[in-house]
Design a protein around this ligand. Sequence first.
Ligand SMILES: [Zn+2]
Length: 332
Amino acid sequence: MTKPLNECIVPMYPTLQALDVNALEPGEHKFWFAVATDAIGHPQTLPVRVFKGEKPGKRIVISAGVHGDEQNGILTAQQVARALEGQAIAGCITIVPTVNLSGIARHSRDFHSAAPDSSSANLNRLFPGDPHGDDASRYAHSLWENLFKPNADLAIDLHSQTSGSAYPLYAFADYRLPDALKMARLIHPDVILNDPGDPGILETVYNRAGIASITIEVGVGRYTDLTMVKRASEGVLNVLRAYQLIAGELLPSNQRVIEGSKIISVRAEQGGFVVCHVELLEHVEQGQKLATQYNSFGDEVQTYYAPSAGTVISHNVESVRAPGSLVVRLIE
Ligand SMILES: [Zn+2]
């Protein structure tokens, strides 16, 4: 199916500067959310889908693309939205598949500022934003105040590993929050990290605002992994069923999930070409060889060993490694 540009634009959806799902009619809605203007004053608008039920229930916000190179998260959000079309809803599901417009368009993790005195920024360290800050901080503030916070009782933020590295299906949850732990387990990930969070991360900002939230990493950075997208979408739908936003049987419980609270990152000691010898979810013993590094001539310059026993939850898939960049990550 191909649509010319005009046909994509002509069915203009309403443009909002603030969303209040409580004031909406029940049904399926598509909006443009005018998050900010760009440097020539044009609106930057991002798509928002709302599935509001006739019956009352929880309100959940599902976001993706906060990091612009994490496309499997975006594909997951879109797949969940398609799966919800025509379903009876209790409560309200808001889906924002492409949060970081400037990053996504550049296949880049960061928010790209057009201000001459600003650098690109990690949007997921800037929430809840600042209405008087630079353009990235104002963008985060607009998202938080006008879209995310007012419409969420629960929240899921979909990511993937950053470009050049892979994750399995991996959830971050603050175990002090029963709903965060419950949602993480309902996703049926391979791994859950008990993570108290850090300032500026959307998940942490939700949690500290009393809105239980999790971050889901949907596999590898940048490149499409439809198996992982399907698993993540089914996991999100399982959360929606468990909170009775949609009807249906829950997935059978997952016995194989690895839960931990300590991660160990092995990083490149110097620049060069790193080839890994381990696979995702492989158990390694202390001292096991993880990776070999070569210089530009092809000479072996470094060998990396496991500093302790653990399970491999990430490794590089692009061999070029800057000094300090990730080679292998283990969970204990
Ligand atoms: Zn991310």
